[in-house]
Design a binder for this molecule. Sequence first.
Ligand code: GDP
Length: 197
Amino acid sequence: QLIERAQYLLSAHNARQLPEDGGYEVAFAGRSNAGKSSALNALTRQNSLARVSKTPGRTQQLVYFQVQPERYLVDLPGYGYAKVPQDLQAHWQAFIDKYFRTREALKGLVVVMDIRHPLKDYDKQMLGYAVERGLPAHALLTKGDKLGRGQQMQSLQKVRKELSGLWADSVTVQVYSSESRQGVDELRGIVGGWLGL
Ligand code: GDP
């Protein structure tokens, strides 16, 4: 599997630091603690790949992992944590807005959500960014192992219904767990497809 070759490439805190906009990339977003790093690690079968994204001070950077030349996984900073200074926040918001509006290489967005607390406001905002641009988005309902099968299916149906009400069929959803590995292959298939692998 090619995705397993992912390696840390760079961290960008402004548009100039991004790799040339010519390849394929898939972005991962989610609230802090939702399980995004664990999902990136499980996806790439590496234990500490996404650790670099968690280094203090890297909270406002896009972290690029290169799968092969011009094929990237992009870790967006976890949201919903401590407040950042106002001017930094404005700069960051502008960067992210522009990234989503204009990045040609961006082929899809994965939004990682705890299956027990899905579709918070900012999750919907991120999904909206993708859908407005006509990009496919995927809602990853993680920590599925915390629920029984029946509750997993209930949550899946509820999220699917809310998403289809908002954006028809633009967003796909799955139950997932880094802990039990439930759904890793499905996730790998989607991300690999968007990367053209
Ligand atoms: P991030 O902040 O979104 O990158 O979240 P992490 O991947 O660091 O995970 C946050 C916490 O949730 C850690 O304690 C993980 O061990 C735990 N966690 C992540 N994924 C799962 C999962 O699928 N199942 C369970 N039970 N715990 C998980």
